[in-house]
Design a binder for this molecule. Structure first.
Ligand code: PEP
Length: 253
């Protein structure tokens, strides 16, 4: 099994100096932490600058998005190679905000996942249902379909480099998190689905993390669930104390 993964998605927040302050403080607060993989996803404009600050720390850098082509006339886009050269090891793909505001389809997510892996970046693939889908009992159908399409055409040998982030859309930035039991049910179903798709060897190292209003006061209960392997954190990753407390979750099972 891989270490738990705690990733902070800064979204469109933090100019360079604010990012530097946050990373400096975070470095101090999580010094010596080795049992958890800690990842931050700053805006593109800060990544290279921050790469020097995280070099001798447990923190790894992550892009918030990428385009699937390697280079060319694609104004405004960033490739896997560019992110890796700037210092990223991970990239978020298919975040619900990208699916909603930028109309990213499952097919686009699949192309991005393939491009990330080819470019030596580990994709964190976001899936999740809307409130209406949950109320109609369609949660598992939706997330299974998103995962299947995101991973179409991939060999089992690359699955260990993939993280799935289950992020119920109704829980993102709303303060309403899924209960640990609700999240566990979906994580368990996704793990079974991935097992059916790729077999036991491929999925033994695959992490499924939860995202959606993760805070210092709910992380311990979430991480106590057997199928929750970490968290993707939005708002609380912008506060060094809160994010550090999330990284230092207590396993209270
Ligand atoms: C996210 O955007 O991935 C997220 C989980 O946000 P928040 O923690 O703010 O709900």
């Amino acid at each position: 099994m891989q270490k738990p993964l705690i990733a902070g998605n800064w979204k469109m927040n933090m100019v360079i100096n604010q990012g530097v302050d946050l990373v400096m403080r975070l470095r101090e607060l999580i010094k010596g932490i080795d049992a958890v993989e800690v990842v931050i996803a700053p805006p593109f404009t800060s990544i290279h600058h921050l790469s020097h600050l995280v070099a001798d720390s447990p923190i790894k850098l992550c892009g918030q998005n990428l385009f699937w082509e390697k280079s060319g006339a694609y104004t405004g886009e960033v490739s896997a190679e560019m992110l890796a050269a700037a210092g990223c090891r991970y990239v978020i793909v298919g975040h619900s905000e990208r699916r909603e505001y930028f109309k990213e389809t499952d097919e686009a997510v699949n192309k991005k996942v393939i491009a990330a892996l080819k470019g030596n970046l580990k994709p964190i693939i976001c899936v999740g249902e809307t409130l209406a889908e949950r109320e109609k009992g369609k949660t598992l159908t939706k997330v299974r379909s998103q995962v299947k399409k995101a991973l179409a055409g991939l060999a089992g040998s690359v699955v260990k480099d993939i993280t799935i982030a289950y992020e119920p859309i109704w829980a993102i930035g709303t303060g309403k998190n899924a209960t640990p039991q609700e999240a566990e049910e979906v994580h368990n179903a996704l793990r079974e689905h991935l097992f059916e798709m790729f077999g036991p060897d491929a999925v033994k190292d695959l992490r499924i993390v939860y995202g959606g209003s993760v805070k210092p006061d709910n992380i311990d209960d979430l991480m106590a669930q057997p199928n929750i392997d970490g968290a993707l954190v939005g708002g609380a990753s912008l506060k060094a104390d809160d994010f550090a407390r999330i990284v230092k979750f207590q396993h209270i099972a």
